[in-house]
Design a protein around this ligand. Structure first.
Ligand code: NDP
Length: 392
């Protein structure tokens, strides 16, 4: 039977790699829906190339453009937030969740509730609403396949039947573009410098998160949720070559690692084929060119977010939502040249200092609290900006 596929966030970095992986396979796929935020031109191009049934654009103002671009085809166009959720509900055997940030929460939940297989790249909802999402997945009988290269690596070497013998999960981190930069230079770092990742080509938000190492902070929380291990069983090591994507150490002293090129096609191909293995259209490793495998601890003075993630997990869901929401708001402001690089850390820290303890029992509770933190961070950003312009 032909596998039915949907891609949420098709126009992004992970979404485009997913289409590349699908197009490279011998097997035919029946693509149900592709979604985007406002890139109607790329969405229409992808929709025609892959012959999807529906193309959905979240920004309703882009509807006419999308409809016009798809005229003369059988592809249905739709727009708006509700259409995005409907898209995630279209019956599919394998759904890629690759929207960026908390904007992906509701579509992800709708996909999870189908009870099939969901490949998750969109880590922010797992950080902020993980327990609710995972409970829904359990109830619906959904299989979750991790797409983040680190979590996909752990997934490949994690032996659920030997969980009692697990010593630790070692998440590797490239260290990002500022791995060796001094704090005083980081203070002056521009968005352009922060976007220039040495190993990976990714969307803007995750690239900034890699520069601050918030990405690794989010991944510590994601790993704890997905693999359900004790916090002290998760460690982070900086591995500048990005060859080992993560490791699992067992009590018998064996450390199992997954290696591969720094190319998202590998984890996507792994998840598409799972439990079988397919052929990647992406880069592969040339072992003869590997000179070093270096590992170093995270410098917590320059990259305090990693330590913050452990504190947030200990504190609970309020803290995880606060850290993520304040970071999303701060990263947006940094990309818009409104705040300095190190202000991202200051703003997230301040939000955590002002954290409120709210009952968080439902998705709506999470969304409400997330919006509250964003609004609070945005007004702090305005303060930062006013202060900056007054000082100029
Ligand atoms: P991109 O910014 O490249 O793409 C994001 C996608 O989401 C695009 O399709 C974009 O549409 C869509 N989108 C953005 N905002 C909204 C919105 N408000 N409503 C609906 N759709 C929206 O992101 P990445 O592909 O880099 O990352 C996606 C997710 O995967 C993130 O959570 C990231 O952390 C995670 N991830 C990414 C990796 C990577 O290598 N890039 C690796 C591991 C995890 P449009 O193009 O129209 O703006």
């Amino acid at each position: 039977m032909t596998k039915k596929i949907s891609i949420l966030g098709a126009t992004g970095s992970v979404g485009q790699s997913t289409i590349k992986v699908l197009q490279a396979q011998e097997e035919n796929y029946d693509v149900q829906v592709l979604t985007a935020n406002n890139n109607a031109a790329l969405l229409a191009q992808q929709a025609k190339a892959i012959k999807t049934k529906r193309a959905v654009i979240a920004d309703a103002a882009c509807y006419n453009e999308l409809k016009e671009l798809l005229s003369g085809t059988d592809i249905k166009a739709a727009a708006g937030e509700e259409a995005l959720i409907e898209a995630a509900k279209m019956p599919a055997d394998w759904i890629m969740a690759a929207i960026v940030g908390m904007a992906g929460l509701r579509p992800l939940m709708a996909a999870i509730e189908q009870g099939t297989t969901v490949a998750i790249a969109n880590k922010e909802p797992i950080v902020s609403a993980g327990p609710i999402i995972l409970e829904a997945a359990k109830k619906a009988g959904t299989t979750i396949l991790p797409i983040d290269s680190e979590h996909n690596a752990v997934f490949q070497v994690f032996e659920p039947e030997n969980k009692a013998a697990l010593k630790r999960i070692i998440l590797t981190a490239s260290g990002g573009p500022f791995r060796t930069m001094s704090l005083s230079d980081m203070e002056k770092a521009t968005p352009e410098q922060a976007l220039a990742h040495p190993n990976w080509s990714m969307g803007d938000k995750i690239s900034i998160d890699s520069a601050t190492m918030m990405n690794k902070a989010l991944e510590v929380i994601e790993a704890q949720r997905l693999f359900d291990v004790a916090l002290d069983q998760i460690e982070v090591l900086v591995h500048p070559q990005s060859i080992i994507h993560s490791m699992v150490e067992y009590q018998d002293g064996s450390i199992l690692a997954q290696m591969g090129a720094a190319d998202m096609c590998t984890p996507i191909t792994n998840a598409l084929g799972w439990p079988k293995r397919l052929k990647t259209p992406g880069q592969t490793l040339d072992l003869t060119k590997m000179k070093h495998l270096d590992f170093e601890p995270v410098d917590s003075a320059r990259f305090p977010f990693v330590g913050m993630a452990y504190d947030c997990l200990k504190s609970g869901l309020n803290a995880c939502i606060t850290m993520n929401a304040a970071n999303e708001a701060a990263v947006g402001a940094f990309l818009g040249h409104k705040i300095a690089f190190l202000d991202i850390y200051k703003l997230v820290s301040k939000s955590l200092d002002n954290m409120q303890s709210k009952e968080l029992n439902s998705l709506n509770d999470v969304i409400e609290y997330d919006s509250f933190v964003r609004a609070q961070t945005e007004s702090a950003i305005l303060g930062t900006t006013t202060h900056k312009s007054a000082a100029q």
